[in-house]
Design a protein around this ligand. Structure first.
Ligand SMILES: [Zn+2]
Ligand SMILES: [Zn+2]
Length: 96
């Protein structure tokens, strides 16, 4: 009998080594979304339900890379900020 290797399901696997389970998502900010005009209804609803009259409807947010990475492949650059290998490379290229 050969060895049975139990791979975690594809969706939960690290996107880089593809062997270990992904334990975190890459936090590299890759852009911004901005709602032009009205924000999505769900956000409008949230704003209306709030007691705070000055509640800010989230019209803008930072989009992160969100690549699933495992402990081994992730690089922690800051408290709670983990980078996937490809973003780490990009960052290295940006800092000269
Ligand atoms: Zn990995
Ligand atoms: Zn990334």
């Amino acid at each position: 009998m050969g060895d049975v290797i139990n791979l975690p399901p594809a969706g939960e696997r690290c996107a880089f080594c593809k062997r270990r389970p992904a334990t975190r998502l890459c936090d590299m900010p890759i852009g911004h979304t901005r709602y032009i005009g009205h924000p999505p209804r769900s956000l409008m609803l949230k704003a209306q339900k709030s007691d705070n009259a000055f509640v800010k409807v989230e019209m803008e947010r930072t989009v992160t890379c969100d690549a699933p990475v495992c402990d081994e492949c992730a690089t922690r650059i800051w408290a709670d900020i983990d980078l996937c290998p490809s973003c780490k490379r990009k960052l290295k290229g940006a800092i000269r």
